[in-house]
Design a protein around this ligand. Sequence first.
Ligand code: SF4
Length: 475
Amino acid sequence: MNKVLLLSVGNSFFKGALWGGYDLELPLNAAYVAAFLESRGLGVHVVDLQTLADPKAHLAALDLSPYGAAVINCTLANTFDAYAVALGVKARRPELPVAAMGVFTVLRETLLTQCPALDYVVVGEEEHTVHELCAALLAKADVGDILGLLLRTDSGVNGGVQANAPRPFEEDLDSLPFPARHKFPLDRYYPSPGKYARLPQFSMLSSRGCKWGCFFCSNLRGKQMRLRSPENMVAEIDELQERYGAREIAFVDDTFTADRDRALRFCELMARRQKPPMAFRIAARVDTVDFELLSRLKDVGLYSVGYGLESGSDRVLAFNKKGFTTARAREAVAMTRMLGLDIRGYFMVNLPGDTRESTEETVAYIRELELDLVNVQIAYPWPGTAMREFVRQNYEVVEDIWERWDLCDGDDISFLQPGLPRDYIQDTYKRIIREQYMNPLFVLKWLGHLKSWHDFKYSFLQAASLFKRTVLRLS
Ligand code: SF4
């Protein structure tokens, strides 16, 4: 009863409408928490349920007696699965406290009201709160004052839920131990064919928070950007290479290039490293890149850049507080292409303020840019965002979808705005997918990317799913 059980329920970074589902990525936030608990002397056993052939059977057979606390990590899309896991744990050991952490905690109090098996919700950054909570639970001490925690009360305000004061975000990211990857079944993770150049690939996070304020973004880690030092990043890369044989890093930062000087210093350190080369991919905002920066990054291994381009309409970009124009985006795409880097673009249809005209601008823009990979989603108003409130007040909410957290991946229409009928949104979304992926040039190029039987199998499944959804028009 002196250990923590950390259960992770599905967690795929960049799990998009098109490319999610087949790749399996290590839940980095859970690995950070596991490392933090270990570094503070707590025993922790991790089970990443998405890697198991039969998670239900595994859970049913799992001996729960060594644990004094269980923590469930989950994405929003898998919220209902997390409820089932919590209920299963409680059914077998009712006295075992169960806490929620991870992306689905954007639902805050709703988790406690919807799932009676959850006792606590860790809101915001997890490491310190999970540690304090688990240490207190293992010591049978009071948890009432722990920052960043929601807990049940008999008579609390908010329908029996007490919301403690928020936990300040961790300022010094370098102080956190590197993710405890050794606690995860590394041989089970595999990126989809469009998301890697060389294996083994490992994900890394070099910053937290985002200083920009895009209307639709849940910005889970706050508005204040915190950056790891380049020295600390390179030390983790060295560890990944030496301990796990990593050949590629997928940086999962929202904007790797947010601080130009830091990015340049990173290039300097990478160039000085006396180690085999490392390939890496990043995501960036178009207004944070320039030719010199991209070129220096390319010199030390960068091969792919993802840009959140969102819309082909400057009016819609401004409406959604994106903070750049299509002209700036075109410039960034052109310089990235000039350097021979692979370009991924992320777009949305049915953004607030969209009309038929702006949607057609987006379709034409996607065609014009000729990117290597296009990810398109139907805008989804995430719980806790300004956009969700705006949509609720100004547009028609699709009630069946509105609280279906499992439908948050951008395939479904959760609100309707004037002048954009449901059929038009759905057809345009499918039209973009068909144009991009059911074209012979793309298919030929894609086939050239396949490196294994695994890639081939997954590409076949992706293609079958696309065909079913966009040509046969089955959902
Ligand atoms: S969409 Fe990207 S740039 Fe905009 S607020 Fe979110 S993380 Fe920041």
